[in-house]
Design a protein around this ligand. Structure first.
Ligand code: MTE
Length: 296
């Protein structure tokens, strides 16, 4: 759908204003996003998970480990004046606003998503390729890794304010530069043709469909380009169980449970888990010659 640049800008502003935390009805949000100039994924052979499940069966520890409680606490989360700070080995360090983010050409991508807890879903994300943002930022030749950080704000995230927080916050994640530049790697601002809900990582999250869900870090406020591989939150929390790579692999079991199969949200029966979550053809070459048991 094509609309004039002024209209588009106007719509983008509305999209920001109507984002998470507002009380505007979801149908209005939907119509706002449907007026946006984003390309729909024509690749529809995957059966979408019910939206209701994908937006309620969430992991967002900053709110709560309990999924229902996380959704409830996310209700009042606001993303007003959101900023993303870019630093490190990069020619153009800067602070991005959501206007800058929404200026990227948005498109819909229907991806499989596999959590290490052995449930899975198929989500129509709205976003843009991370490599488009990276190109704009111009990392230097020193940049071998990219690190992302989630907002740290004890007033907005109950678990960060807890006496014994569940994780060592802020939540951090990372990718090797070639993984970050892969065309499947997405920065998402929406799902199901609507802005992301707070519980799904508003206003901006990463989506890396061939890796376990914990790599897909939510509510990003910082992006750093690094020489060295960064330590990630789950690796720090439990290095025996979680690695930096976290590629979906039915043959490499989690120490406490098998990864051979998964239960799709809304389905009764398990299905076989696929190597690289079904994206082997696209990403297998990134790991040629690597022992996937060692680099798990
Ligand atoms: N990002 C942050 N900041 N905090 C989290 O607790 N959970 C991760 C990932 N990103 C998490 C996060 C995990 S374990 C999964 S499976 C996915 O988000 C879940 O995404 P969803 O809740 O949108 O399905």
């Amino acid at each position: 759908m094509q609309i004039t640049p002024e209209k588009l800008f106007q719509k983008r502003r509305e999209f920001i204003k109507l984002g998470v935390g507002s009380l505007v009805s979801s149908s209005l949000l939907a119509s706002t996003l449907s007026a946006l100039d984003f390309k729909e994924d024509l690749n529809k052979e995957l059966e979408l998970s019910p939206e209701e499940l994908a937006t309620n069966h969430v992991n967002f520890y900053e709110f709560s480990v309990n999924k229902a409680k996380a959704v409830r606490l996310a209700e009042n989360f606001h993303t007003k004046d959101w900023k993303i700070e870019v630093s490190g080995a990069v020619n153009k360090p800067q602070t991005l606003t959501m206007e800058d983010i929404l200026a990227f050409k948005l498109e819909e991508r229907i991806y499989r998503f596999r959590c290490v807890e052995a449930w899975s879903m198929v989500v129509p994300w709205v976003g843009f390729e991370l490599r488009a943002l990276i190109d704009k930022l111009e990392p230097t030749s020193e940049a071998k890794f990219i690190k992302f950080t989630t907002l740290f704000d004890k007033e907005r995230f109950a678990d960060q304010a807890a006496f014994f927080p569940t994780l060592d916050y802020p939540y951090v994640e990372g990718l090797r530069m070639d993984e970050a530049m892969h065309p499947l790697t997405l920065m998402a601002v929406g799902m199901y043709k609507k802005p992301l809900k707070a519980q799904n990582g508003a206003p901006l999250r990463l989506v890396v469909p061939w890796k376990y869900g914990f790599k897909s870090i939510k509510s990003i406020v910082k992006i750093e380009f690094l020489k060295e591989q960064p330590k990630t939150t789950w690796e720090l929390a439990n290095p025996r169980e979680y690695g930096f790579y976290a590629n979906v692999n039915p043959k490499v079991d989690h120490p406490r449970w098998s990864q051979a199969s998964e239960r799709p949200l809304g389905k009764f029966f398990n299905q076989d888990t696929l190597l690289f979550n079904g994206y082997e053809k696209e990403v297998g070459h990134l790991y040629a010659g690597m022992d996937l048991r060692k680099y798990f």
